[in-house]
Design a protein around this ligand. Structure first.
Ligand code: NAD
Length: 339
């Protein structure tokens, strides 16, 4: 099948080509992000392969449909960037890679937490400059601290396990459904208000849905402990960024670790090091000594990239053969609760 691959970076090309070693599919790589301006590049391609910041809103989907595209193959787990209602109306099949390596994201979450708790991002720079002073680097033990995990699906459950078994933390969870194995391991499911009010560290792992949009905002932050550490490796819009900035300024939030950002589409995955960042909210976050941001790299491991490429092509092959792709998004089911 002829596939237009958008938002291509060298690593996407490398892993997708390796997964397509039998040359079963014809891959055409475009560096451009899929937007209203670039969607005509897909004309004549029955499939497009897209990533987290490609824009699949109604106008783009209409242009894709008019150009003969029938399959949208996401090479990621989240699909909040696709207007599923419009995709369904236009007759698209939409696939994703629901689980490639939840370990990759869970481990990055723990890395962000540890780096912030022990000020590794500050220590790294100091030592390189020959400054071995410890002033300002005081951390705390994770042992016996309370970690709140919101969303205990594939990634959240691994994060909860790591803090429980690896560090001897008390883990409080919140989810619309409980994982009995986590409870057996000692985690406790609690209402959100309780999780907010007693957690020393809060980590977000629920999907971005209308009901989770800006889950962290002025009022919910007020419910949190003073100096709480907030980690988000899920989706940027779970957090109302301006509220978090206000809370960082007062010290209500003691440290912030982000791998995702609400407006990341204009920044992440690009080398902007020679340009002036135009996003003042993002730029403000970079000024805090207790904020550590990575540019949506939690998924980025060798194992995850191999799995993503293999499963993306598996979805495309199944579609081409008229079978049900393993990563099919069942639009009816998804929209059922969130139309
Ligand atoms: P998952 O579907 O396995 O788990 C999500 C969990 O959230 C489920 O248990 C679900 O019941 C729960 N949930 C749904 N609504 C909720 C609500 N209102 N409140 C609390 N919990 C709720 O998903 P996953 O694979 O664990 O991924 C979690 C998130 O991580 C997704 O948003 C995904 O997009 C993101 N992600 C980020 C990266 C990255 O590189 N940063 C990579 C992969 C996934």
């Amino acid at each position: 099948m002829k596939i237009a691959v958008f938002s291509t970076r060298s690593y996407d090309e490398c892993f997708l080509k390796a997964a397509n070693a039998n040359l079963r599919h014809e891959l055409h790589f475009f560096e451009a992000r899929l937007t209203e301006r670039t969607c005509r590049l897909a004309e004549g391609f029955p499939a497009v392969c897209v990533f987290v910041n490609d824009q699949l809103d109604k106008p783009v989907l209409e242009t894709l449909a008019a150009g003969g595209t029938r399959l949208i193959a996401l090479r990621c787990a989240g699909f909040n960037n696709v207007d599923l209602r419009a995709a369904q109306e236009l007759g698209f099949t939409v696939t994703r890679v629901p689980a490639y390596s939840p370990h990759a994201v869970a481990e990055h979450t723990v890395a962000l937490t540890l780096a912030l708790v022990r000020r590794l991002h500050k220590a790294y720079n100091r030592v390189r400059e020959g400054n071995f002073n410890l002033e300002g680097l005081l951390g705390f033990d994770l042992y016996k601290k309370t970690v709140g995990v919101i969303g205990t699906g594939k990634i959240g459950a691994l994060v909860a396990r790591a803090f429980l078994a690896g560090f001897g933390c008390r883990v409080l969870c919140h989810d619309v459904r409980q994982d009995p194995e986590l409870v057996q391991l000692g985690a406790e499911y609690v209402p959100l208000e309780r999780l907010f009010s007693v957690s020393d560290i809060i980590s977000l792992h629920c999907p971005l849905l209308p009901e989770t949009h800006h889950l962290i905002h002025e009022k919910t932050i007020q419910q949190m402990k003073d100096g709480v550490i907030l980690i988000n490796t899920s989706r940027g819009a779970l957090i109302h960024t301006r509220s978090v900035i206000r809370a960082l300024k007062t010290g209500k939030i003691g440290a912030l670790g982000l791998d995702v950002y609400e407006e990341e589409a204009d920044l992440f995955f690009e080398d902007l090091s020679n340009r002036v960042i135009q996003d003042d909210v993002f730029a403000r976050m970079l000024t805090f000594p207790n904020v550590l941001i990575t540019g949506h790299q939690a998924f980025f491991t060798q194992e995850a990239m191999e799995a993503i490429a293999a499963q993306t092509l598996e979805n495309i092959s199944a579609f081409a053969e008229g079978h049900r792709p393993p990563g099919l998004i069942e639009v009816e089911k998804v929209l059922g609760g969130h139309a």
